[in-house]
Design a protein around this ligand. Structure first.
Ligand code: CP
Ligand code: NVA
Length: 327
């Protein structure tokens, strides 16, 4: 796979290998399919910016289930679907699909009579899998406790746009071994870039996910490193990434975590360990002054708003590919 260029978009929606498929985690994809989705995202983004407007899914509908709060994911899925011509319905808060205790089976079997794609943000990955098991339509994970594959796609497209390649770089992820760390592990396994994850003791990524990623890595896992020393990760990194120290669902642990994670903050001194010209990513929402300082968030290395924008482009492309069986 040539990761130096994202130049192989799927030429037709009809004949793409993602048609009718789910995206529950990045490891659902082969390296070729990941390359294809990213190339298609880039091509569709460029076409959109050039003023091209096409609505290939004028009669389609997308259900967006949100069992946790969201700004970026919700807005970008809604607008991405609408720009493809599809209707959207958002089920969140007390109106969420599962808030009355209806079974996953009944909920999904009913929803799939109405819509063409289900997007779901929830807690356990198992629930995302259960939804996919019952759904005869594509299901897209919009974040679970374990993975955030759409964030992963946006992060990769942003790295490509700023570094000009998706190969031969070192990515330092410093912070909690959470859903975002797991998603970078999957990206590194599929692509082969060097990934160093630095976490405090006790906050490492899930060992089973690390092993799965090492097992599928084309480099035999030799490109994936875990450490407790942020300096090891940051030194000579091309891309520096952090995320909140207390994810949605971990709020009760916030005060305790702030003490433990203090040495893992990305401030100007931490960023200075990276290569000159290194970029800084954060999926947002950020807790300015905790995991990252204002100086870094607002500094020249920061690509956080490009990263947020790219959520829309990758998800719009992803929906256009998985909905293709509908056409
Ligand atoms: N990065 C991200 O998924 O943001 P939201 O939680 O606002 O959707
Ligand atoms: N790790 C964060 C990501 C938010 C987009 C969380 O799960 O809350």
């Amino acid at each position: 796979m040539d990761w130096s260029k994202l130049d192989k978009p799927y030429s037709t929606l009809e004949n793409n290998p993602l048609a009718g498929r789910d995206l529950l985690r990045l490891l659902d994809l082969s390296p070729e399919e990941l390359h294809g989705i990213l190339s298609t995202s880039l091509a569709q983004k460029q076409a959109w910016k050039a003023g091209e407007r096409s609505k290939p899914y004028a009669d389609a509908a997308v259900a967006i289930i949100m069992e946790k709060p969201s700004l970026r994911t919700r807005v970008s899925f809604e607008l991405g679907a609408k720009r493809l011509g599809a209707f959207t319905t958002v089920l969140s808060g007390k109106d969420s699909a599962f808030s009355r205790g209806e079974s996953v089976k009944d909920t999904v079997m009913v929803l799939e009579r109405f819509v063409d794609v289900i997007v779901i943000r929830t807690f356990e990955q198992k629930k995302v899998e259960e939804v996919a098991e019952y759904a005869g339509i594509p299901v897209i994970n919009a974040l679970s406790d374990s993975f955030h594959p759409c964030q992963g796609l946006g992060d990769l497209l942003t790295i490509y746009e700023h570094l000009g390649r998706l190969t031969d770089f070192k990515l330092a992820y410093v912070g909690d071994g959470n859903n975002i760390a797991h998603t970078f592990l999957e990206s590194a396994a599929l692509i082969g870039f060097e990934l160093v994850i630095a976490t405090p003791v006790g906050y490492e990524p899930n060992a089973k996910i690390v092993e799965e990623c090492r097992a599928v890595s084309a480099c035999g896992g030799a490109n994936i490193h875990l450490t407790h020393d942020p300096k090891v990760a940051l030194t000579e990194a091309d891309v520096v990434v952090t995320d909140t120290w207390a994810s949605m669902g971990d709020e009760d642990e916030h005060a305790e975590r702030v003490k433990v994670f203090e040495p893992y903050r990305i401030d100007a001194a931490a960023l200075a360990l990276a290569k000159p010209g290194a970029i800084f990513e954060h999926c947002l929402p950020a807790h300015r002054g905790e995991e990252v300082t204002d100086e870094v968030m607002d500094g020249p290395a920061s690509v956080i708003y490009d990263e947020a924008e790219n959520r829309l482009h990758v998800q719009k492309a992803l929906m256009s590919l998985v909905m293709a069986s509908k056409k």
